[in-house]
Design a protein around this ligand. Structure first.
Ligand SMILES: *[C@@H]1O[C@H](CO)[C@@H](O)[C@H](O)[C@H]1NC(C)=O
Length: 136
């Protein structure tokens, strides 16, 4: 019986430790009704997320695992939208890991008509990028 409790405690600790490496990168479409935000993200550790199409008022989330060793993890994302003209921008440090693994960090990038806004752990950091406009 004691052994079972011991195993349970061990399992819970592992569970918590695992959980304490998960952070969130999210991209939100707050452009205009009917708009589609196209997003593709990848990391410096060869994660490549498939292209996403985020509907108006929708969001796309990527779980980010920060491992303790080696190079800090950095995620970058390409955001695009528009019909007659294309608006695009690459966010080179959409998520940047710390030296020590963290959990519960949230980086939100909010696509609006005038540019891309950022929130760090749900606190606004304001307008961070303008769109680069190219004719199609
Ligand atoms: C997004 O996809 C384009 C086209 O396939 C590619 O050139 C670009 O490197 C990708 N960007 C990121 C941040 O993954």
């Amino acid at each position: 019986m004691n052994y079972l409790v011991f195993m349970l405690v061990i399992a819970m600790c592992f569970g918590l430790n695992e959980g304490c490496n998960v952070n969130t990168l999210e991209l939100l479409n707050q452009l205009s009704p009917g708009s589609i935000l196209k997003v593709n993200c990848s990391s410096n550790r060869n994660h490549v997320e498939p292209l996403q199409e985020v509907k108006f008022n929708g969001k796309y989330r990527v779980s980010v695992f920060e491992k303790g060793l080696g190079e800090r993890i950095v995620w970058r994302c390409l955001l695009r939208h528009g019909n007659k003209v294309e608006n695009s921008q690459t966010i080179w440090r959409a998520y940047r890991g710390a030296r020590e693994p963290r959990c519960g960090e949230i980086r939100s990038w909010i696509a609006k008509v005038d540019g891309i806004y950022m929130e760090k752990n749900l606190k606004s950091e304001g307008l961070r990028y303008h769109w680069i406009v190219t004719k199609k």
